[in-house]
Design a protein around this ligand. Structure first.
Ligand SMILES: [Zn+2]
Ligand SMILES: [Zn+2]
Length: 290
């Protein structure tokens, strides 16, 4: 993949491909489009003629909207600025057991680290490369990734509950036209099935429902990996070497304040490990039997 753009993040310039820049801009567009639709179309429909200053229900909905928005945007920001590499650590010159030499980075990389061909660097406890944000998900930023997925799912689930009755009413009830309009709003408008004014509502409903389903599946996939103490790569290889029991596995990913990470990304939650040295299932059992 050719890297065309360089962005000043994570203390240096990070290259991004054209596809990554386009997908990132699309993600930002969807977040702000849905937010605009929620504030200016959906809430006035649900609470006709009311203002947030004299309606408790409307105020709660605005608060929930802002809570989701700031969580999603701050998690994205933290994902972008968090260094996932071994940059701040002094790595050994001699290769230890289970370590590997990366010929591209010219360093000895620790276990569970992998070289990412898109980021062009070794990432500690690498899970996967997120194509939508153009970054690698690993040891130091998995918390932000998981909370981004969680908040995106929760927001889209809540929006779908409000959106679907609104769009059903606009389009005159559930029918083939409704399904077609929600799934392909632009095409429905071009073919004259849908009036231009309803394209926005159909697009918002379609995109929220789609994101809701995709994020739910993503959340299930990664929660199962966390439960088993695996990265995506280790799951593929059925490697359970680092499964320390589900409680310890959760701590390893979300940190000591795991019960607070959903509230806001800036709440500190230190991780027990450094992303270089890992406790294995075998070593943990050996210390228990001593
Ligand atoms: Zn490397
Ligand atoms: Zn990457």
């Amino acid at each position: 993949m050719s890297n065309l753009f360089k962005f000043p993040i994570r203390g240096g310039f990070v290259s991004k491909s054209r596809l990554e820049v386009v997908s990132f801009v699309f993600v930002l567009f969807v977040i702000h489009f849905v937010g605009w639709f929620y504030c200016y179309h959906l809430l006035p429909y649900v609470f006709p003629g009311q203002h947030w200053t004299n309606s408790v229900g409307l105020s709660i909905h605005y608060f929930l909207g802002l809570f989701s928005y700031f969580n999603i945007m701050t998690n994205i920001w933290m994902l972008l600025i968090t260094d996932t590499t071994s940059g701040s650590y002094l790595l050994p010159a001699i290769q230890k057991p289970k370590w590997f030499f990366c010929g591209t980075c010219i360093i000895n990389s620790p276990p569970r680290a992998y070289h990412c061909e898109f980021c062009d660097r070794c990432v500690l406890k690498r899970d996967h490369h997120c194509v939508f944000l153009g970054i690698c998900i690993g040891h130091s930023n998995f918390r932000y990734f998981l909370m981004l997925v969680f908040h995106a799912w929760a927001a889209c689930f809540y929006l779908s509950l409000l959106n679907i009755p609104y769009t059903l009413k606009l389009l005159g009830g559930f029918s083939f036209t409704y399904m077609f309009s929600v799934m392909i709003p632009l095409l429905s408008w071009i073919f004259g099935v849908l009036q231009a004014t309803y394209v926005v509502a159909s697009f918002a409903t379609g995109i929220c429902s789609l994101i809701c389903v995709v994020m739910f599946l993503c959340l299930l996939f990664h929660c199962r990996n966390i439960y088993n103490g695996q990265t995506t790569y280790e799951r593929r290889c059925t490697n359970r070497e680092y499964d320390l029991g589900w409680k310890r596995n959760v701590l390893e990913v979300l940190g000591y304040n795991f019960y607070l990470v959903w509230v806001f990304p800036l709440i500190p939650s230190p991780l027990p490990g450094n992303g270089i040295d890992f406790v294995t299932k075998a070593s943990l059992e050996a210390t228990k039997t001593m």
